[in-house]
Design a protein around this ligand. Structure first.
Ligand code: FES
Length: 152
């Protein structure tokens, strides 16, 4: 009977089996950070599935929508706006030069203002801002306490 040398054996077996022999689980061995799997972040009140974000509006993280009426949901690069019981969502990419983190909302004029260069953008998804095109709108759907934002 022919003896198989250790190095030859390791070169010929599946890498996952080799990792399993070393104590690394197959699931760990098969997953990569870049895998296009769903991102689940239910602890923060939302889950992401592809281009869809499901937001649990009853989660404390989103309470600011009830008090302030809007929020820059930076983790998902999305501006959320609540007027009465109606929700809207927009890309937080400023149409001027792409700043994402300098937003405020002017409720009397119903415009978002980017503080980077103080340009303003209507929320109607059509009208151009004072410098650059309109804010990019996302579709939203609300069922109970779940707000689904579909990024396009
Ligand atoms: S980047 Fe927003 S106003 Fe210039």
């Amino acid at each position: 009977m022919e003896k198989i040398k250790r190095r030859e054996f390791l070169n010929n077996i599946c890498p996952n089996v080799a990792l399993a022999l070393l104590g690394v689980s197959l699931l760990e061995a098969c997953s990569k950070e870049d895998d296009p799997i769903d991102q689940v972040d239910g602890e923060n009140g939302y889950t992401v599935n592809g281009n869809s974000i499901e937001i649990d509006l009853s989660h404390p993280f989103f309470n600011i929508l009830n008090t302030q009426g809007w929020m820059n949901f930076t983790a998902q690069k999305t501006l959320l706006l609540k007027i009465g019981s109606t929700y809207s969502a927009y890309s937080n990419l400023c149409p001027h030069q792409g700043t994402r983190d300098a937003w405020s909302y002017n409720s009397s004029e119903n415009i978002f203002v980017c503080g980077r260069h103080n340009n303003s953008y209507p929320t109607d998804c059509i009208s151009e801002g004072t410098n650059g095109g309109p804010l990019q709108c996302f579709n939203v759907n609300k069922t109970g306490n779940i707000l689904t934002v579909i990024k396009s």
